[in-house]
Design a protein around this ligand. Structure first.
Ligand SMILES: [Zn+2]
Length: 338
């Protein structure tokens, strides 16, 4: 059977040979100059992971001379409640009992009769249990729209998630028109939802995948890289910005209503209520009038708060927001600029 790969949380692969056979997991002895140098760390990681998964186990001496003895007589006593470091010392004492060497790190067999070999290997390697290392749909569905909002905000704030590459084929369009790598956004959201360090191998991205479905259900359109999104890319030459130049308070207003988390929550609330997005000024339903990507023209406007009240620290509620089509949004701002 193949060896298992033991790596620390930070991804450093240990110098320790860990083999799985039909009895359990075998940690080879440490000997010579560099062979299985990380024996101690490996054993501690294995015990820690089994504890964390609440899997009962037994440890047996498995060195060559010991193999003559029946398994029951090779069992190393180890407390299952003590500190892992103490347990290691206890094990080493037990494996050297009656021999002249004190600190030798001998080959041990760890059995876990209550779990399948597959689960055992997955737990010991510290990875999600699945032959491809993919997370289950149940785990992916732990991601809520709020996790997605926070992930989008985090990336818009200029942070990065270095273990996820930039997107190749698709972009997630943030409410301010910024384009983000969908897989990166989902990885971050997944991390917040599950508490595990998300990796690109945990899930696939693409049309029809749970990743894309969950992102889109959270109110974020996903488009092909070469696709121009109507009503989005125009913000750089937005007349609002020209208006805003001489009006610092209107700048604050714009910044506020571009808060992506709030804007996407507003969009979501409308979809939950009506089943689609509609402009609250002219009534257009862009997905019906403009085709499948029509929703991209809906923007979220800060409706009721007077500019004078936009002091810092003001808490915006969903009821303060309006969904407007890009045309109406411009007109409303022209009116506000008066
Ligand atoms: Zn409109």
């Amino acid at each position: 059977m193949p060896d298992l790969v033991l790596a620390t949380v930070s991804g450093t692969v240990l110098n320790a040979r860990v083999e799985q056979d039909d009895r359990g997991i075998v940690l080879h002895s440490r000997s010579g100059k560099g062979r299985n140098r990380d024996y101690r760390q490996a054993l501690e990681i294995i015990l820690t992971r089994l504890d964390a998964a609440a899997i009962p186990y037994e440890v047996f001496l498995d060195s060559r001379p010991a193999q003559q003895q029946p398994l029951a007589r090779r069992r190393l006593s180890v407390s299952e409640t003590g500190l892992v470091a103490d347990r290691f010392n206890e094990l080493v004492r037990a494996m050297n009992a009656g021999s002249s060497s004190n600190g030798a790190s001998r080959r041990v067999l760890i059995t876990a009769p209550n779990v399948s070999p597959r689960t055992f290997a997955a737990v010991v390697e510290g990875r999600p249990e699945d032959q491809d290392g993919r997370l289950s749909i149940v785990q992916l569905k732990l991601v809520t729209p709020e996790h997605v909002d926070k992930a989008v905000q985090y990336l818009l704030d200029g942070h990065d998630v270095p273990n996820f590459a930039p997107s190749r084929d698709f972009d997630l369009v943030a409410p301010n028109g910024s384009r983000l790598a969908p897989k990166k956004v989902f990885g971050l959201a997944l991390q917040a939802a599950t508490g595990i360090e998300a990796r690109p191998t945990h899930f696939t991205a693409g049309i029809g995948t749970p990743c894309f479905q969950i992102l889109e259900a959270a109110g974020y359109p996903i488009v092909r890289k070469d696709e121009v999104v109507p009503g989005r890319g125009v913000e750089a030459v937005d007349p609002d910005l020209a208006i805003a130049e001489g009006r610092p308070r209107l700048v604050a207003h714009l910044r506020r209503e571009r808060k992506p988390a709030l804007a996407s929550a507003k969009r979501r609330a409308m979809v939950e209520q009506l089943g689609y997005l509609r402009c609250e000024r002219c009534g257009i339903v862009p997905s019906a009038a403009l085709g499948p990507n029509g929703d991209a023209v809906i923007e979220v406007h800060h409706a009721t708060i007077q500019l004078a009240e936009m002091a810092s620290g003001h808490v915006t509620r969903l009821s303060d927001l309006m969904c407007l089509c890009a045309n109406c949004h411009r007109i409303v701002h022209r009116e506000l600029a008066g």
